[in-house]
Design a protein around this ligand. Structure first.
Ligand code: PNS
Length: 157
């Protein structure tokens, strides 16, 4: 049973994240989407709101489940008996940050492998921050996020 963890802030989840989840679900037996509770960040959505949105959007992906974690990702992976971490790669600019994290995680626990999945070219430019910025100024986010997220963003701003 190959269980993979797809961690992230998902504040909020975008079409780019969903693309990675769909791709990962075709490769691994089980994909746990793990919403990170980072005390350093001031998120727009609560952990529960982020979980609810992802659950709603991924309910048709039978081997996907949604959870949240505080603290080290590797501790959560151990708890879930997962030895694979999935990260999406968009552009070269993502590489340095991801490379550092993957290697540090490997140094801490060599049994856990980070696997990178290339995002669909349509979403190369997309991230949660830019979506929030557009939504804050009442701009169109229809093509960038699932419908439920668009609705929730409207409620927030
Ligand atoms: O969507 P993001 O903000 O890129 O997600 C970052 C996340 C949550 C995956 C990352 O911050 C993380 O792994 N946090 C847990 C703390 C941890 O394990 N840090 C050590 C990494 S080497």
């Amino acid at each position: 049973m190959k269980t993979a963890i797809y961690p992230g802030s998902f504040d909020p989840v975008t079409n780019g994240h969903i693309d990675i989840i769909e791709r990962a679900s075709k490769i691994f037996d089980k994909v746990i989407i793990a919403v990170g509770d980072n005390p350093e960040k001031k998120p727009l959505f609560t952990i529960q709101e982020r979980i609810d949105m992802i659950q709603d959007i991924t309910r048709n992906i039978k081997n996907a489940e949604v959870g949240s974690f505080k603290g080290l990702l590797l501790d959560y992976a151990k708890k879930k008996d997962a030895r694979i971490i999935i990260r999406g790669l968009r552009a070269v600019s993502d590489f340095e940050f991801e490379f550092q994290r993957a290697l540090l995680n490997r140094k801490i626990n060599g049994d856990v492998e980070t696997v990178f999945i290339m995002t669909k070219e349509d979403y190369v430019y997309l991230n949660s921050s830019i979506v929030k910025e557009i939504a804050m100024f009442n701009g169109p986010v229809k093509k960038l996020v699932p419908e439920i997220v668009e609705k929730k963003l409207k409620e927030k701003f």
